[in-house]
Design a protein around this ligand. Structure first.
Ligand code: C6P
Length: 419
């Protein structure tokens, strides 16, 4: 029988990966006649039965719209939805529940900030600082804003290991800077950025900071109070929740001052053709019917991760990463891209004379799912002088045996291309 969320609660036992794996039905699948080895969790994580059940339960017995109906089902749906927001707020230690805006994912969360914060606080000649290792989601919305306003985007440089150059960052901070955007964990390199330190440095100049937490929220304990970030964005599907749902955390005073992003139902108190009065937080930024099942599923996902424990997850993934770095890094002709001192479970690599897409295709024949490409982070690829890498990304449900299978499959790539 699949283990439940409850069976993990307050677990202090040593991390039991085989037990965890039983929570994920898909991990028992076969692909191409082999046991699935899923090493693409940075693209999207797999879902435990508890999340599948929560979404299923909603559509089976609770389906209704929220914040609108007076009937029984609508009350239940509203309660479940609001309760999920509360649990997600606790998951990141948000001081206020209304600071947690439900969105469709990181991409929408960052677009919201670029649009609404930008409309109110950014004008021609202002500067926006972004690291070279940002995902396109934390570059393009700011470029659109810069085009509209005449603001200037400056890069915070990185070094050859894929770490932010803090000395250069310090030099870039000045009164013209109106926003710093930092990815917490790079999806292309695995670098864990020193966001707390970078936020403190920006705050010394009264500059707000947005953190892209897409790859961090599933892998380490995020505490927005401790980080003191102004905005923090993450997606449900990367932390074992549904696709199409995510979060923007924002400090109250910024969210209060920012104009709405989308207009429509739910984000208003009253509408007339003469004057519309907007709703209070968080609803001011939640126009239209939300992904109710998605939010409830995301609530189940954070419960699930919390029950296992983010510290235990981070420790197991670190052990796997160290092993994978040793195994894969010692294969002749393999070069690891992204060798930061502080790293999470992403193993980006290239091989002499083999295109990353060919690596991905051969690994797929062995049942090993990885991603190959630029990972929506083309500026960092350019920095390393590469069009693409192969990327194996780890989650807490992966095993050392799967790393061995990965390493053997990479050896096989070498054989195929040597022949
Ligand atoms: N990275 C990857 O394979 P969305 O699509 O909105 O849920 O997340 C976008 C996003 C933003 N920031 C970072 C650091 C990310 O890694 C991602 C998504 C996936 O690496 C798909 S490109």
């Amino acid at each position: 029988m699949a283990a439940t969320v409850e069976s993990h609660i307050q677990s202090t036992a040593p991390f039991d990966v085989e037990r965890v794996r039983r929570d994920f039905p898909i991990l028992a699948s076969e692909v191409r006649g082999r046991r699935l080895v899923y090493l693409d969790s940075a693209a999207t994580a797999q879902r435990p039965q508890a999340v599948i059940d929560a979404v299923n339960r909603f559509y089976t017995s609770q389906n209704s719209n929220v914040h609108r109906g007076v009937h029984y089902l609508s009350e239940i749906a509203t309660r479940e939805f609001d309760d999920a927001r509360l649990r997600i707020a606790r998951f990141i230690n948000a001081p206020e529940t209304h600071e947690v805006i439900m969105t469709h994912g990181v991409t929408e969360s960052i677009n919201l900030v670029a649009h609404s914060y930008g409309a109110r606080f950014i004008s021609a000649g202002d500067e926006i600082l972004l690291t070279t290792m940002e995902h396109h989601s934390n570059i393009v919305p700011w470029q659109l804003l810069a085009e509209r306003t005449g603001a200037i985007i400056r890069q915070i440089p990185i070094n050859e290991r894929g770490e932010v150059r803090l000395d250069e960052y310090a030099k870039l901070l000045n009164p013209r800077v109106k926003m710093v955007g930092i990815v917490h964990i790079s999806n292309a390199l695995g670098t864990i950025n020193p966001v707390k330190q970078m936020i403190a440095m920006a705050h010394e100049h009264s500059i707000p900071v947005l953190v892209d937490g897409a790859q961090a929220a599933p892998h380490l304990r995020v505490d927005v109070r401790d980080l003191d970030c102004d905005f923090y964005a993450f997606s449900g599907h990367k932390l074992c929740g549904p696709t199409g749902v995510g979060v923007l955390y924002g400090k109250t005073h910024w969210l209060e001052e920012m104009p709405p992003f989308l207009g429509g139902g739910d984000m208003i108190l009253s509408v007339s053709f003469e004057k519309t009065i907007f709703n209070s937080l968080p609803w001011k930024f939640e126009a239209g019917t939300p992904d109710i099942a998605g939010v409830i599923g995301m609530g189940a996902a954070v419960d699930y991760l919390t029950a296992i424990g983010l510290d235990r997850i981070a420790a197991w993934e670190k052990e796997l990463l160290d092993y994978a770095t040793l195994r894969v890094g010692s294969i002749a002709g393999v070069r690891l891209i992204g060798t930061a001192q502080e790293k999470a479970g992403v193993l980006s690599f290239v091989m002499d004379d083999v295109h990353p897409h060919d690596i991905g295709t051969i690994l797929d024949q062995e049942g090993v799912a990885i991603r190959a490409g630029h990972h929506c982070a083309q500026p960092v690829m350019k920095f390393f002088g590469l069009p693409a890498t192969a990327r194996a990304s780890l989650a807490f449900y992966n095993t050392r045996e799967e790393i061995d299978i990965l390493a053997t499959a990479i050896e096989r790539v070498r054989e195929v291309f040597a022949a």
